[in-house]
Design a protein around this ligand. Structure first.
Ligand SMILES: [Zn+2]
Length: 344
């Protein structure tokens, strides 16, 4: 297969700006665009999402959508209105605290996700990109991880746990809790990807798995997700550098990006799925720009031929995410994509 090359796109719903940007995206040798599709888009912007998709297709590019921040259980800088309107469908921590993230087992949330799938299908995209599905993570909610604090232990999770294990859901972390939490996400993804095919069999499903838990391989959760019949693409996004660009904290590419590139390639080939890799195109300081090309080379070496960068113009439109020199960083990706575009 020839290379599939893409970039994520967000921030504007003004079509004349999009038209210009699509030309720029093509000049950077992309053949697909991931349009984030958040709760605001679903409620206020469905017709514009259809127009955005039409323009993107007309430019010769495939369209991915991510449920950006939907219910607070996917990656993305978008806030969730669902969790404000449906507190009873939200996760509960082992400590009893209710948090602002939907529980993937709750029927009310699943009804909402179904409406998102239907909206995405109506808007006309090609791939639904289930991005970084996760249960509550302390650091992502502006607080430190405390020992013994985990999610989700809502009433429904307690009931399901009791049915599965014949005992009460412990308040402390056990092997069974770990297994049950994995099943909460895998069961949700199995349902969501199957629902997608029911709503529109033409739609593909990609699942982007969070690169966490370095030591455990094979990772049972990843194996389960890759084995789901309705999942077409398995992806991961080992972003090595903390935001903003002035923050010096980062992980070395070796031992992280190469580790996860190898893992996703291995997982995909064993399960007969397409592998996809995401490269960090945000929060780079000038001094770290060369790492963008190095990361792309790592993915290329791992044999992954579906590659994308997060996000357009090095996230210049989000100041917390922006690279120090967005244009230069975006051009580095374009240059590398240009080289790959000519390869088989
Ligand atoms: Zn729950």
């Amino acid at each position: 297969m020839s290379y599939k090359l893409g970039v994520s796109y967000f921030s504007t719903r003004i079509l004349r700006h999009l038209k210009n940007d699509l030309e720029d995206i093509k000049k950077h040798h992309c053949n697909f665009v991931l349009h984030t599709f958040d709760e605001l888009d679903l409620f206020y912007n469905l017709e514009n999402m259809r127009r955005i998709t039409e323009l993107t297709h007309r430019a010769g590019l495939k369209v991915y959508y991510s449920p950006w921040g939907l219910g607070g259980i996917f990656g993305g800088e978008a806030y969730s209105g669902f969790v404000m309107q449906h507190p009873s469908a939200c996760q509960v921590l082992s400590t009893g605290e209710r948090v602002g993230n939907a529980c993937p087992r709750q029927p009310e949330f699943r009804r909402y996700v179904r409406s998102w799938i239907q909206g995405a299908s109506r808007a006309g995209g090609d791939v639904l990109f289930w991005d970084e599905p996760h249960l509550w993570i302390a650091e992502w909610n502006g607080r430190k991880t405390r020992e013994g604090e985990f999610s989700c232990r809502c009433d429904l999770c307690q009931k399901d746990f009791k049915r599965a294990y014949g005992k009460a859901f412990p308040r402390v972390w056990t092997k069974e809790v770990e297994e049950f939490r994995d099943e909460t996400l895998v069961g949700f993804l199995e349902w969501a990807t199957r629902e997608t095919k029911k709503v529109n069999p033409r739609l593909k499903n990609a699942v982007c798995l969070l690169p966490m838990g370095d030591k455990k391989w094979p990772n049972p959760q990843w194996e389960h997700v890759a084995s789901l019949p309705s999942v077409d693409i398995v992806a991961t996004d080992p972003y090595w550098k903390q935001r903003p660009f002035s923050n010096p904290q980062k992980r070395p590419l070796k031992g992280f990006v190469d580790l996860y590139a190898g893992r996703i390639a291995d997982l995909a080939s064993r399960h007969g799925k397409e592998a996809q890799g995401w490269v960090q195109l945000f929060a780079h300081a000038k001094s770290g720009e060369k790492e963008i090309t190095q990361a792309l080379e790592i993915w290329e070496k791992a044999g992954v031929k579906n590659l994308a960068a997060w996000g357009y113009e090095a996230c210049a439109s989000y100041s917390l995410l922006a690279c120090e020199r967005p244009k230069q960083c975006w051009d580095l990706v374009g240059k590398h994509f240009g080289r790959l575009a000519g390869k088989k």
